[in-house]
Design a protein around this ligand. Structure first.
Ligand SMILES: [Zn+2]
Length: 402
């Protein structure tokens, strides 16, 4: 490990050139994923392509991580600290890579391969990981991977998301959607309605109660629902009715401890009023809010600056967005930076087309440099990783075993 400032500066320069020399790989990954967009958990082409590139650079690859068919962990090194760069590679139905996850894959590979080349695990006593995290847009692969303990033996995790501006991350909301199903008793709606229990009546009362109750929650809550089943025939008393509610809040503790119990209370009251039974099911796991990490944010800010890139101050919070990176930020010191590669709006065909332009490739290389240089700081600056870990334990109130 270089001790002198001048030696570290040499390493930083080498890291920048190493990322630049990976330009053909970045272009190839961006274009081939753009041409083969795959939905969450179906990213077979992408995960095969990415793992074979990583293997050719000497990473050992574990597939189907956390039971997800298209997740992977590519590793170089055996010791701690272990630093991960996270790749996403799922596309959107109908618009392909309109969220630019093809660039996120290219960026993580470039950062991981360059780091391994310039800071070899054997001499620098570090482990480099490129983590393939599928299905961000659907089930939230990182939520599943976090719950499976994938981050327990990782000391820091980096990710970069493409878009309209450079950023040092920012927050996202917590989300825990729920399906509510009411069970009653069918009967002839005209001939013998008194023999029935109307599940739809219970549902409609619950819907109104939930929407009204929202006025008495904090402002940073979103409650919106649709009826997904309301009966089969108008002349039969519905014996089953169900709805789905998206339930979001700025903070997951408030969401779990206050909002969800109140939603359940509304539904239980409505069920009781007609003699129906109610069942609750979360059809998606809890996505936690993104915790901002000041230690990592400061490192990333300096490295944007080192590369001569200005990061505008954060936009006043619009709120309500959700990402599976949030759950990772609760498990390990983690930052998601944003990089500017287009003026097109997110989740659009125009953004997908923009991902293969020279501007997008330049931006992806820049983001990979920010991630790799930030990882270098964690490896070379004594005490920085410990400080990052300590901050996380303070805000979450959890200590994790290593
Ligand atoms: Zn995205």
């Amino acid at each position: 490990m270089p001790k002198e400032k001048a030696d570290i500066e040499v390493k930083r320069q080498e890291l920048v050139s190493a990322v630049d020399s990976l330009r053909p790989m970045v272009e190839d990954v961006a274009r081939s994923l753009y041409e083969h967009p795959e939905l969450g958990l179906e990213e077979v082409f992408a995960s095969r392509k990415l793992t074979s590139i990583l293997e050719s650079h000497g990473f050992s690859v574990e597939k189907e991580v956390a039971g997800l068919p298209t997740a992977f962990m590519a590793k170089a090194g055996k010791v701690r600290p272990a630093i991960a760069f996270m790749a996403e590679y799922d596309a959107l139905l109908g618009i392909g890579h309109g969220c630019g996850h093809n660039l996120m894959a290219a960026c993580a590979l470039a950062a991981g391969i360059a780091s391994k080349t310039v800071l070899p695990p054997e001499t620098e006593q570090v482990t480099w990981i490129v983590l393939g995290t599928p299905a961000e847009e659907t089930i939230g692969g990182k939520v599943v991977m976090t719950e499976a303990g994938v981050f327990d033996k990782i000391d820091a995790a980096f990710i970069a998301h493409p878009g309209q501006r450079n950023s040092l991350g920012g927050s996202s909301w917590a989300s825990h959607p729920m399906e509510i199903t009411f069970y009653g008793k069918s009967a002839h709606a005209g001939g013998n309605p008194q023999a029935g229990i109307n599940a739809l009546d219970a549902l409609v009362s619950a819907y109104v109660a939930i929407r009204t109750m929202k006025n008495h929650l904090r402002d940073d809550v979103r409650l919106a629902g649709i009826i997904t089943h309301g009966g089969d025939a108008p002349n039969v008393v519905p014996d089953r009715a169900s709805c789905r509610f998206t339930i979001r809040a700025k903070d997951s503790r408030y969401l779990e401890e206050v909002v969800i119990p109140r939603v359940k209370q509304c539904a239980e009251g409505a069920a009781l009023s007609v003699g129906a039974r109610v069942e609750f099911r979360h059809y998606e796991p809890l996505f936690r809010e993104t915790l901002e990490h000041p230690v990592l944010r400061e490192i990333a800010r300096k490295n944007f600056e080192y590369l001569g890139v200005k990061v505008p101050p954060p936009e006043p919070g619009t709120g309500g967005g959700v990402t599976d990176v949030g759950s990772v930020t609760w498990a390990v010191p983690c930052i998601q930076i944003g990089f500017e590669m287009t003026d097109a709006r997110g989740h659009s065909k125009e953004m997908a087309d923009a991902t293969i332009t020279p501007r997008a490739i330049n931006a992806t290389l820049m983001a990979a440099k920010v991630l790799a240089l930030s990882a270098l700081d964690l490896v070379y600056q004594p005490g920085l990783l410990e400080e990052a870990e300590r901050y996380l334990q303070e805000v979450t109130g959890q200590s994790r075993q290593s």
